[in-house]
Design a protein around this ligand. Structure first.
Ligand code: IZC
Ligand code: ZN
Length: 415
């Protein structure tokens, strides 16, 4: 027998209904005075007014207390699993030392690589699990998690196995991306070609083990150039990975252009995207995945979200949670920056953090909106309307979270 639940006394449901691009991103559905019926883990009825005809004596009732309900938020770009932290670089950053200079000196990503190699699987699991608990408390119900702090097969596998363990043991859905092309490891410092060769072999191994859905490259000045990235991602695609790319984050290398050429699922960052490449991405189904917390933390330009949306691009937003350029699990802050700094409307922000993010992860058939037949991933926000969440910034508005039909956060406390 199925377990039936009803969430009632909902002030307003806000949800997108379809993946959307450009001006359509501003169209979302608002259902006032609403209720939602869940059978096991699936949404089976969305209604307004009196819900009693849709329940029986065994139905579990959950009072939304006249708060609003959103689809579970989807954070589609994070570097969740890593050892250590980088607060030792914080003063340098404030003094204005550029992110890529810290990396060139052997710090930055390479410092996290050293910590991650040293950490046991259990240590990595414990640390990442703690972050997932933070994220779910902010209303995130699906997270993408990249490797890229091993830069050798053994440690990359260790990170990806932590993703798998978290997927199995934590309510959060964790989607894995192999990012062996995150930096050139010290042992290949003078031999980038040698590292790429190793990477091409490792990626086959990771595919065989079924440890990742996507492949990603940090296409950036002094890391992997456009040619390197093309080579790596092309092979990744050929062996069956979905393609993602860290594109035009600091220097405009044409990563977005490459994403279109390769039919990538997303091009991420795009702070330095050229006008020409905005037009190019607008003609494709590549999602522009914008990460405003990174601009905030690195004191950099924000991505040209208005230009992208006004040019008819599909836009999503993510936290980019990582120890170097976005050390915060607060996805609601990414949404607030998207509104305030990227100048996206509240409706566009919601679309970008739910259905469009689901699309860039290939899970839009089951997640990303409140619709009959979809998984019951739902957040009750203690707020009178959607605008309020973006306006009252820096705090956690989550009240309760349902993941796959199960109440996992109640009154902001993990159950
Ligand atoms: O650890 O610095 N940008 N990769 C590319 C990162 C940021 C993560 C890091
Ligand atoms: Zn990243």
């Amino acid at each position: 027998m199925s377990i039936k639940k009803v969430i009632y006394n909902i002030k307003t449901i806000y949800t997108p209904t379809k993946i959307s691009r450009g001006e359509q991103m501003d169209n979302i559905l608002e259902i006032p005075n609403a209720f939602i019926v869940i059978d096991d883990n699936i949404i089976t009825k969305i209604g307004t007014g009196d819900y009693r005809a849709f329940i029986d004596n065994d139905t579990i009732k959950h009072d939304a207390q006249n708060n609003i309900v959103l689809p579970g938020l989807i954070d589609s770009h994070t570097h969740l699993v890593h050892g250590g932290s980088r607060e030792n670089e914080f003063s340098k950053k404030i003094a204005g030392v550029p992110y890529l200079d810290i990396l060139k000196e052997g710090g930055g990503i390479l410092s996290t690589v050293a910590s991650t190699r040293k950490s046991s699987k259990e240590e990595l699991y414990k640390k990442a699990r703690k972050s997932l608990n933070e994220m779910i408390a902010f209303g995130v119900t699906t997270v993408e998690s990249k490797s890229g702090y091993g830069l050798n097969l053994e440690t990359e596998i260790k990170q990806l196995e932590v993703n798998k363990l978290l997927q199995e043991n934590h309510p959060m859905d964790v989607i894995s991306t192999y990012l062996g092309a995150h930096a050139i490891p010290v042992e290949f410092k003078q031999n980038k070609e040698g590292y790429i060769k190793t990477l091409l072999a490792d990626m086959k191994q990771i595919k065989k083990l079924g440890l990742a859905s996507f492949i990603d490259v940090f296409c950036e000045d002094s890391v992997f150039d456009k040619e390197d990235s093309r080579k790596i991602l092309k092979q990744g695609k050929e062996i069956g990975f979905g393609v993602k790319i860290h594109a035009d984050e600091i220097v405009s290398l044409g990563g977005a252009n490459l994403a279109v050429e390769l039919g990538a699922k997303s091009a991420d960052h795009l702070m330095a995207i050229s006008d020409e490449d905005i037009q190019k991405i607008a003609t494709s189904n590549v999602v522009a995945n914008l990460l405003p917390c990174t601009s905030f933390y690195l004191n950099k330009e924000y991505a040209p979200a208005r230009k992208l949306i006004d040019s008819n691009v599909i836009v999503s937003i993510s936290s980019d949670y990582n120890p170097g350029s976005s050390p915060s699990e607060n996805f609601q802050f990414a949404m607030q920056l998207a509104a305030n700094k990227l100048r996206m409307t509240p409706n566009e922000v919601l679309t970008a953090s739910t259905i469009n993010a689901a699309y860039n992860l290939g899970i839009d058939a089951t997640a990303g909106s409140i619709e009959i037949g979809k998984k019951a991933d739902l957040v009750i926000m203690s707020a009178p309307n959607l605008e309020y969440i973006l306006y009252h910034y820096g705090i956690n508005h989550t009240k309760d979270v349902f993941k796959n039909g199960t109440l996992v956060v109640e009154n902001r406390q993990l159950i």
